[in-house]
Structure formats: C-alpha cells, structure tokens
Design a protein around this ligand. Sequence first.
Ligand code: ADP
Length: 470
Amino acid sequence: MQVVHLSVECFPVAKVGGLADVVGSLPKYQCKLGIDASVVMPWFDTSFVRDNAFDTVAEGSFYQGSEPLHYTVFKEREDKLGFPLYLIKIPGKLDRPEVYCYADEAEQWIAFQHAFLHWAKYDMGTPDIIHCHDHHVGLIPFLLRHSNEFHDLSYVKTVFTVHNGQYQGWMGWNKSILLPPFDTWRWGLLDWDGVINPLATAIKCCDAYTTVSEGYLKELYKEANGLQNLFRDQADKSYGIVNGIDTSYWNPVSDKLINYKYSITSATRGKKENKKALCTKHGLPDDVPLLSFIGRFALEKGADQLDRIIRYLFSQNQYKIAIFILGSGDARIEAQMRALKDEFAEKIGVYVGYNEALAHEVYAASDMLLMPSRVEPCGLNQLYALKYGTIPIVRGIGGLKDTVKDIAVEEGYGFVFARMEENDAEDAIMRALETYGDTKKWKAIRSRAMALDFSWDRSAQKYIELYNQL
Ligand code: ADP
C-alpha cells in the first residue's frame, strides 16, 4: 500500500512544534511495518535542506489565479529519515526560511496543494491513501473530488489528522479564484460562517478524520473553535489515535544531545549528572528539585499562568526548588520570564527561543515537567518527559488526560490537576515536592514512568488498520 503524508512541518527538515515530530516519525514506523509511506512538504531554506543532497524528480507549471507558478519536486537522495522525503519548491511562494508568519500564507498553502495534486496527477504514481495533516493541506480532500482537473485521482482515499483544531486556516472568499477550477455548485463544502475554512472543508470531504488522542476527539465534539457541530455531525468517520514518540531519537540510553546517557537502572546517577551540567551552566543549585517548562508561550499552553505559579513557589519557604523555562512566543510572557530571571537569578534559568538540543538537556536534567495547558490535543512533552524519568505535572485535559496517570491511582506516575486559575497547579506541584522528599517512593515512580511504552509501534499499526478499512 502506498501512503503519502502531506504536511508543512516534518522533523528535522522544518519544525515548529509537535506536528513536525509526528510527521517525521510516523512514516518511519509505517515503513517498518511494510507500508510504502513517504512525506511531501514545502521546500524551506533550512539547515537540513542546505546540508543534504537532493535530486530533482519532477517539474511543472500551473496558474494561481492569473499568476503563472512553476514548481520543482526534490527527493532527498539517501532516505536518511527512514522514508522517502519530497520537497516542493515554488519560487516566490515556497522558498523561505520560516514555516509560518507570512502575510500571504493562504497563497502559499494553496500553491503547495495545487502543485502536489498537479504532480500526483501527471508524474507521481498512484497513491492509495493521501494522509493530510492539519488545515494547511485541508483543501486536498475537496479538490480531489470536486476539481475537474484532478478527477483522475478521485479514487484515492483521504485521511485527515487534526493536530490542532484551534487553527483552521480561515480565508476570505476573494481567495477562491486562486484555487484550481472547481465545481462551484459545491461551494458550500468550502464555506463555514461566510469564509473559506480549510479545516471544516477537510472534515466534510475526507474519508476519515483522526485526532491525536481519544480525549481530544471527545473535547472537539463539545468545543472546537466553532466547529463542534461539524465534528459531531461527522463523528461516524472519526477516530482518536494517540501520538507515539520516536524512541530512536528520544531515548536517554542513546541520546547524543545529552551530557550523560542513562537507563532505568542508572537513572539516579544519570539524571544527577545531567542536572549538574545544566544547573552549573545556568547558575542554578543542583541539590534541589528542578521543575521545568518547555513549549510555546501561548494561552493554549497556559504559559500566562507561569509567572503566578513561579512566584508562589518561590514564596513557599518550606520547599526549595529550581526552575528552568525554555520557550518563546507571546511577547508579554517572554518579558515576564526575563523579569523573573532578573529578580530570582539564582533560582530560575530562562532561555527565550527555540533550541532543540537544549530541550533534550532539560528533559534529561529535570525532576518534574509542568504542563498547565488549556488545550492539548495530545502533547508530546509529557511523553518525552516520561521516557527521561521526568515526572509530568499536567492539567487533565485532551491527550494529557489520556497519557498521564496520577500517583493517587494504582500504578500512577504523574500529577494531574483540574482547574486552570484556582491554584490547582500550585497544589499539584506541592504534592510533587512532598513526594520527591520520599526518595524511595520517587525512584519507584520514576522507574514506572521510564518503563512505559509510548513508542509509535501500536499507533502506527492503528493508522494502517484504518487505511486498510478505507
Ligand atoms: P505543540 O502544541 O507546540 O505542537 P507538542 O507538545 O505537541 O506541542 O510538541 C512540542 C514539541 O516542540 C516538542 O518536541 C518540544 O520539545 C518542542 N519544543 C517546544 N518549544 C520548544 C523550544 N522553545 N525549544 C525546543 N523545543 C521546543
């Protein structure tokens, strides 16, 4: 079976968040299971693209409205990622350093989807399944069925995965002339509340849609930034499949990016050494518990709560604690974190920005990881943390609820809290600090966490079962 994953992020080619991690690892595990899986993404001017060899495999031209566009498809020569990787380059549209944040994003993603379909029709071969990831490629299921130009491909089944339902790719109807010619009687499939909504279009037109955890699917039925009725209406073709992690890359036993490698049996020593290295570098004490946060400074992640939580923790004298923050995003939160560093230089380390290697060091060095999220479709940070013996303290929503079991229940290995603004996070952290004081108990929890299997093996198989069903 031939499966093509379409996405605008894929680790290590271009990564902004968890979407890249999933698209960079799921196809590898599917290939191991005997599926012919590949990834097609836009060409970005990133170090991976500059440092690796590519062959030109196709070229073509089409019009976007009245603008002629020329595309080139490149294939990475050695399949270094464990699957074939294709990049589509379009001068003036898909040839830039950043994945997001350009004013002509709608034009960029429409061009990507058009170029992909053009290539698929004329030159690519015959995929059985096109697996689309997030709204950037949400128009594909519609165009396959309702654009005459691509009628030859209408037999191909489509799976659409919702990694984040908050972002929907809204664009005004004035952009409709940029799409490949389509059956205008079907305009209603593109529309939601008076604008073109690619996420809604995907949910209406795909053969099956999946969310990255079961808990998130149930939440989308109730609240989905305006699309909840649609998600419910199309529930018959919905599936919740939890994300996995790439344990060949995220694994303290073999991680090349951490200072000291360790396994379950050597975790006490290994984590101590990693903590010492990180804390020394950032002027923090290494003989107190280290609590960290890694992620986007966004409301979704509850990053606006960090200032309050951290000030509370530092005001509690019975517990000593060090904190490390790695993230970027909202300028106000970035300023808050810098101000905390100025005020509590010996207790908190702050790195504002994106730093993949530092993230590995922080997972390895920390005792606990805080995720006070408002929305968390799956969440990968808690899965990485567990693998590195770092105990997650999470708000019990979406994928966090599905993957983290509170220590209050049998075989628990984390701390789960319910409410956002009511000091629940502080209480959960205090519970964690108390438990940390009992060295034997903490070690048992850590061993349990590290022994859990969140690798892709099971979930990759579930996707294959879904493809077979289609
Ligand atoms: P998101 O909603 O941002 O996609 P996920 O939990 O699914 O959240 O995935 C986040 C991914 O991004 C993880 O691999 C995490 O380690 C990484 N990450 C987030 N922020 C940073 C940062 N500032 N530096 C390095 N890695 C980061």
